[in-house]
Design a protein around this ligand. Structure first.
Ligand SMILES: [Zn+2]
Length: 184
């Protein structure tokens, strides 16, 4: 589950063909069944629980199941690491100012791919493609410290209306448990 630049990815990993068509075909088929059983819940776009959850994109983290969330309850904002980037601040700003959320929950997790990367990843990319990415990798060594930094970025953002209820957690991918990180 390590991340690599394309130079070191085995060729077969790009093959998404499954028994019947591509993986995307499979998703589209699943959607047909979903839509057939779907009834309009009649919700508007404002999250019922007035909360935005920022989390890592990790495939082992099922946010709705892990947090007891239902359709319509929250905004989920996900990226590699669950780090608070400018684009996460953009989404949180819209979430709070246009769609009424007031609480922010940040979730990193154990065994994150970003723990095995360094900013050297950017350098390798630049060497390979001849262009330096504008974004930081946001790699980290200490997951608790990274959660604290993310909380701090939310709390100090001038764009957000509500920064008093910001809490950070580490999800354990082996036990399913959330552990809160002390902001101090
Ligand atoms: Zn992760």
């Amino acid at each position: 589950m390590g991340m690599t630049t394309s130079a070191s990815v085995p060729a077969e990993s790009g093959d998404t063909t499954v028994a019947h068509g591509t993986v995307t075909d499979r998703l589209v088929e699943a959607n047909e069944q979903y839509a057939a059983a779907f009834t309009d819940p009649g919700m508007d776009a404002r999250p019922v629980l007035n909360v935005a959850v920022v989390a890592c994109m990790d495939a082992r983290l099922d946010l709705h199941a892990a947090l007891g969330l239902s359709l319509g309850d929250c905004h989920t904002i996900r990226n590699a690491g669950g780090v608070v980037t400018d684009d996460v601040i953009r989404s949180l700003t819209i979430s709070q100012r246009a769609l009424g959320t007031r609480s922010v929950v940040l979730i990193h997790h154990s065994n994150c791919g970003l723990e095995s990367l360094t900013e050297e990843f950017r350098h390798e990319l630049e060497m390979e493609v001849g262009q330096r990415p504008a974004w930081a990798v946001e790699a980290f060594r200490d997951v608790d410290q990274d959660v604290r930094q993310s909380m701090q970025r939310v709390r100090t953002s001038p764009f957000l209306l509500h920064t008093d209820d910001v809490r950070g957690f580490v999800f354990d991918v082996k036990t399913g448990m959330l552990r809160e990180v002390d902001p101090a």
